[in-house]
Every structure is written in C-alpha cells, then in structure tokens.
Design a protein around this ligand. Structure first.
Ligand code: ADP
Ligand code: MG
Ligand code: ZN
Length: 558
C-alpha cells in the first residue's frame, strides 16, 4: 500500500518524496492504528489523510473547523481529479441533500464536515451505512479545553466513530500540541501514546526576534519600508490598533490591507484577496486573519503587540516562510501589553479557564524576556527536547555584555518575601520604587525595610527586572484569581548568596556617590536590613528564617 501511496504522491500531487513524518503517519493509518500527527504549520499534514483516502475503500471523513479552508481544499482536490465534497453552514438544504446522496452512493472519496454537524442526529443518521475507513480530525487541539480554540462539538467525534460498523481509524492532526493538549487528544480519541507521529517543531528558515522598549510605530514604518517588495503580516491585539497601524502605513504610501472582525464582510474579503494576489504587500490584522490562509511567500510576521500565548504565537508566526526561504518573526514587546492581554482574557473567558489562560500568557511573557535561544524556547515549550541554539535569533545574536545584577535581584526577592508572597508584580515594583500609591500605603508597605530600596531605578525598569527574574525561574507566578509572585528554589539560592545572576545589556546598578542625597537613605535601608536579619547587607535572611518565610506552597502546582 505504501508503494501505491508513493505513486499517488507523484501522480496526483506532483511531489517527488514524502516529507518527514508523512510516511510514518500514512503507514500507521494503513495498519489501522489510531494516530496523532503533530507537525508545524505548513508541514504537510493534509497529505497524511488525503493519500490514505485515495488508497482505502470508502469515504474518508475530515472534520475541520475552518469553513474557508474546506472550500479551498475541496477545490484543489477536485482540480486534481479527486472526488471530494464538503458540508458546512455555507450550503443550502438542497446542496446538503445532494452531497449526502453522493456520499451514500459511494461517489465521494473525501468528505469535509464542520464539527457542528455532529450536533445533529439527523445528519448522523444519514451517514449510517456509509463505508468509512478513516476519520481525520484536523486542528485536533480544538478538542481540548487546554487548546487555544476549544470547540465543544469536537467531543462528539468519538461518538460518530462508533456509528460505523467497520470501526474506522482515527487520525488527529495539529500544529500546536503542548503535552497537556496531546494527552487530551489521545484520551478523548482513544489514541495510544506510542502512536504519536511528531516531527520537530524547528523551522530552520525562521529567524525569531523580540524587540523590547522601542518606538513601535517607527520600527514598523522603517521595517516595512526597508522590505517594501516583500509580503508580510502585522498582527495587533485589538481592532483599534489594527486600524491605527493600517492608517499610519497608508499615510506613508505603503500598499497595505487590513482585516478584523469589526469590518464589513465584503471589505474584509477584498482585503484578503488583494493580499493573497500580491496586489498589496502588507496585511495588518487581528488574530482573526490567517486560519487556513495558504500563502507561501510571506517573508515576515510582526507582532505589534504581545500575542496571548505561545500556541497562538507559533501558529501565527509560522505563517511566514512556508516556502522554506529565510523569513523573520518579530515580537515588539512593551510591558503594558501584558495588561491588555490580561484584560482580553478576563473579558472573553469562562471564569474557570482564566488561571490556565493567565499561565499561558506568562509563558509568552517569558519568551519576551528570555536570554536563551528563542527557537529553543519554543521547541522546549512544545515539549520537544534536544534542540541546539539556532545561532540566528535575537538572543543568539545579542552580543551585549552581561552585567552582574545579583544585588538588585536579591533586593527584589527580599521585598517579595517581606510582602508575604501574595501580591502581584505591579505592586511589588511600586513598593520597591517607593511609590506613594494608595494601595501601597493602605497595606502599610511604606513601613517595610525594603520600601524604596530600588528607588534609583524607575518602575518600568523594575518591572522588567521582575519579568526577567520570572523567565529565569528566580521568581515564580501563582495563577490564582489574580497572579501573585513567590520565591522558588532558584530565587532562594540567590538570596542565600549561593548563586550570582548575570543579565545581558542590563541597566547598570547606579553607582551612588557620597554626595548623592540617596546615599544616606540607601545606607540606612541597608543597615536596617542587615540589623533585621543579623546578616551582612543583601544576604538578608538566615537559612532558617528564609525557609520559614518561603514555606508557602503554591496551589497551582498540583
Ligand atoms: P499543514 O496542514 O501541516 O499546515 P498543508 O497540508 O497545508 O500543511 O501543506 C503545506 C504545503 O506543503 C502545501 O502547499 C502542500 O501542498 C505542501 N506539501 C505537502 N506535502 C508535500 C511533499 N511531500 N512535498 C512537497 N510539498 C508538500
Ligand atoms: Mg492544515
Ligand atoms: Zn537562537
């Protein structure tokens, strides 16, 4: 059968060889093993069910959440002489009936359906008696509450599978599967773990960068003008920002289109068409744009604002460079975006999911603050191991000097401990910089010996330092009803003076001279800290006190 599959790849699709993973997935399907196939966007997942569908007797059913993609795929299959059809809400009653009739008489090799169809008993009844060798579940992460696009109807897939007497094989496909999502997919679709086909997540032609603390408008304008012949996508978190970035580019004479859910259907469609046909080079969009878009020559994807999590980020960034040519994926990071995303999470989610979403948002923030290879970060995040540093991301090519920031880190940690490890990053940064904010005063934090201890930095620098510490696991976040920070083992080692901390391009700890009015103040704080704990300045706690104070176990780690 594999021989036949290889021949079909050449005759029907015009490709010489299988890509990594395709052959394994296809042969497992031929063996009748339920399989999960995890490949990056553009990796060629469709082939894994399209070829078996041609080889095997009967009609393969493909469940897909993307109506626009369904039509494109079916059109492409029909053009290649493969009898395919789809059923979704874009069809009228008569069209659905006709299609079902074709299916029932065995004239269709691939039938694409939207998951919502499975809610209808009538629809399922119509399928009874159809010979179905394979059910392909595209975008299978939709089955998991942990995925970024949960669709309840996906849960009905296993019921559908039970309808057919000859026990069809199930093939689940996704690009974004964290270990948790993978487990969910396997459990719900009855897939054995060893039947996972996972190709590396690495996309060697993509160069990842995080740009922190720059004027974003200026960056985007300059970047787009420098690459004016290249196609690119600029993602923003809100419609309002899409509008303003779009207006800015148009004013500069850039050929751009925009796309978000607040626009009239017609306008959105025509913008998309113009982008796909290379009439405009830049698409400015919210995350509503891109699902099912197959444009291979996208040279860059810029996130003007922080994406909501790594899963969406990798999917969106992965739209660059599908043709394998070098392409760039850039996040423009500003710490206030974290608030925007948190607000969007609060608005959109059912409350029980908020902690999970906030934890994923933190993963995204960690990405923006890590000093390790970004490519490696992504691969680790998705549960793969063994990757080498890529050598060309913004971390790998950052040649700035590393400064010793151990003292600052110790000050932050001691403040977190003194505040009882039950407050957020913002509040901590305010206490450290000596803010007279009402909440700070109400809690009496101005009486803490660590109050104002980092006054010589501004609040933004301190909150960046806190994020850096989280990304280095010197601080950790507990996602309760609101996120709070606490000191994990890594931080304890630093507090105890067992470990030093280096940071690339750090703002040097200000050297305060004797004439500086701050000098006396800081001296007092340091002395008080030392007296409090009976230890030299900055190694503030004895082992024992520290352990008592740090004994709070985070709930979220169960
Ligand atoms: P995915 O669903 O994993 O994002 P697709 O199935 O849409 O990816 O495939 C992405 C592109 O790769 C398509 O243009 C497809 O035709 C192409 N492709 C798939 N398999 C092969 C192959 N074996 N050789 C060359 N190109 C392939
Ligand atoms: Mg796909
Ligand atoms: Zn790298």
């Amino acid at each position: 059968m594999l021989e036949e599959a290889r021949k079909l790849l050449q005759t029907h699709f015009g490709y010489e060889t299988f890509r990594t993973g395709q052959e394994q997935a296809i042969s497992q399907v031929f063996e009748g093993q339920n399989t999960i196939c995890v490949m990056p966007t553009g990796g060629g997942k469709s082939m894994c069910y399209q070829i078996p569908a041609l080889v095997m007797e009967g009609t393969t059913i493909v469940v897909s959440p993307l109506i626009s993609l369904m039509k494109d795929q079916v059109d492409a299959l029909l053009a290649a002489g493969i009898p395919a059809a789809y059923i979704n809400s874009s069809l009228g009653f008569e069209e659905v009936r006709e299609t079902l009739h074709d299916v029932q008489r065995g004239a269709i090799k691939l039938l694409y359906i939207a998951p919502e169809r499975l809610d209808s008993e009538m629809f399922l009844n119509e399928l009874q008696g159809v010979q179905v060798p394979l059910i392909a579940v595209d975008e299978a992460h939709c089955i998991s509450q942990w995925g970024h696009d949960f669709r309840p109807s996906y849960r009905l897939i296993s019921r559908m599978a039970g309808l057919f007497p000859n026990n069809p094989t199930v093939l689940a496909l996704t690009a974004t599967a964290t270990p948790q999502v993978r487990e969910d997919i396997c459990r719900i679709l009855d897939i054995e773990e060893e039947h996972t086909v996972m190709t590396g997540f690495e996309r060697a032609n993509l160069s990842f960068s995080v740009i922190r603390g720059q004027d974003r408008d200026r960056y985007v304008k300059e970047y787009v003008q420098k690459n004016e012949k290249e196609a690119g996508i600029i993602y923003a978190a809100t419609r309002k920002t899409v509008d303003s970035v779009y207006d800015m580019l148009i004013k500069k004479g850039v050929k751009a289109a925009k796309y978000h859910a607040g626009m009239p259907d017609q306008e959105r469609k025509s913008g998309q068409e113009r982008f796909l046909n290379d009439e405009v080079t830049v698409m400015v969009a919210t995350n509503a744009f891109g699902m099912g878009i197959d444009k291979s020559n996208i040279r860059y994807v810029i996130h003007y604002q922080l994406p909501k999590n790594m899963e969406s980020y990798y999917q969106e960034a992965g739209r660059a460079g599908r043709d394998g040519l070098p392409s760039e994926c850039i996040v423009l990071y500003a710490s206030q975006d974290v608030q925007t995303q948190r607000f969007l999470i609060d608005q959109a989610q059912d409350p029980s999911r908020i902690p999970g979403e906030l934890a994923k948002l933190q993963g995204m923030v960690d990405y923006c603050h890590t000093e390790n290879c970004l490519q490696q970060f992504i691969i680790f995040y998705f549960g793969d191991t063994g990757a080498e540093p890529c050598g060309h991301c913004s971390s790998c090519s950052d040649e700035r000097e590393s400064l010793d920031v151990t003292t600052d880190v110790q000050m932050v940690l001691s403040c977190v401990v003194r505040m009882g490890q039950k407050f957020g990053k913002m509040m901590t940064a305010q206490v450290l910089t000596g803010s007279r904010n009402k909440k700070v005063l109400d809690f009496g934090f101005d009486k803490l010996s660590t109050y104002g201890i980092l006054k010589h930095h501004n609040a933004k620098e301190v909150s960046n330092l806190i994020e850096f510490m989280i990304s280095q696991e010197l601080l950790a976040v507990e996602q309760g009803s609101f996120p709070t920070i606490y000191v994990p083992d890594g931080g304890r080692d630093v507090l105890l003076g067992k470990r030093r901390v280096l940071r690339k391009g750090a703002v040097a700890t200000k050297q305060i001279t004797q004439n500086d009015p701050m000098f006396e103040e800081l001296r007092k704080i340091r002395k008080k800290l030392a007296d409090d704990a009976g230890v030299p300045p900055f190694v503030i706690f004895s082992d024992k006190t520290l352990q008592d104070m740090c004994s709070r176990k985070p709930k979220s780690e169960e």
